[in-house]
Ligand binder design. Structure first.
Ligand code: ADP
Ligand code: MG
Length: 244
């Protein structure tokens, strides 16, 4: 799904150059649920922004879903951001509209019209476990519920990749656990590839793989389980073999 090779990002601020990514190598398989951990300033958000097409790398290679992100036209980049990737941030509530209902907030970014739009929004709210809150105004929902609305919106246009930057940064630990459980469930039910950035090593235990980033490079890999997608593929291969 993702292949970063020697990825470099240099920010130029006034007469200062910041080397945020310094030759980062990372591969993410389709269907993986992975976490990237690292201290503040290590380059986590920078990496996620490159993966989401929000900003372009300065050098190196970045291929996502077979597309070369460095050579992509501005127009294709806009299309990529709109159709192929979903984003979740720490303070999503800021991007939601408090006086609209949960359902109306989810409907806003959906590219469909009329009844189909409504149906898709209901389906999304169900996938994040919020059907019972659909007619509540957003400001009546708890922080964790609002984060769920944001996750539903990130999934609105059937992205293949979900990127989450500190998605549990502003909720308590019980809520953070629930949000991680939701990511796991989405990974298993719709097979979406998920990359979560967090500085919380406890949360990172719930994913299939954890890599650490330091000074803009991958410094270590700490956990590697088979992803659900890999397990399914193996199961299918087993069935084919017994049929032969
Ligand atoms: P993290 O998300 O791990 O905390 P970031 O990716 O936000 O780290 O930042 C990595 C480095 O790049 C930091 O030194 C940060 O100050 C710098 N940086 C991030 N964004 C910009 C920017 N837009 N302009 C200049 N420097 C930036
Ligand atoms: Mg960050």
């Amino acid at each position: 799904m993702i292949n970063c090779e020697g990825l470099v990002k240099i920010y130029k601020a006034a007469d200062l150059e910041v080397f945020a990514l310094q030759g980062l190598d990372l591969r993410v398989e389709s269907g993986e649920l992975m976490a990237i951990i690292g201290n503040s300033g290590s380059g986590k958000s920078t990496l996620l922004n490159m993966l989401g097409g929000l900003d372009r790398p300065s050098a190196g290679g970045l291929e996502i879903d077979g597309k070369n992100m460095l050579k992509m036209s501005e127009r294709d980049l806009v299309k990529y951001k709109r159709e192929s990737v979903g984003f979740v941030w720490q303070n999503n509530a800021r991007n939601l509209i408090p006086y609209l209902t949960a359902l109306e907030n989810v409907e806003l970014p959906i590219l469909l019209k009329g009844k189909r739009k409504r149906m898709r929004a209901l389906e999304l709210l169900e996938s994040v476990g919020l059907t019972h809150r659909k007619n509540n105004k957003l400001h009546q929902l708890s922080g964790g519920e609002q984060q769920r609305v944001a996750i539903a919106i990130a999934l609105a246009n059937h992205p293949k990749l979900l990127l989450a930057d500190e998605p549990t940064g502003s909720v308590d630990s019980r809520m953070a656990d629930q949000i991680l459980d939701l990511f796991r469930e989405l990974n298993r039910t719709i097979g979406i590839t998920i990359v979560i950035v967090t500085h919380d090593p406890l949360l990172a235990k719930k994913v299939d793989r954890v890599v650490a980033i330091r000074d803009g490079k991958i410094s270590s890999e700490m956990l590697r389980r088979k992803s659900y997608a890999e397990e399914l593929a193996e199961l299918e291969r087993g069935i084919e073999q017994t049929e032969e």
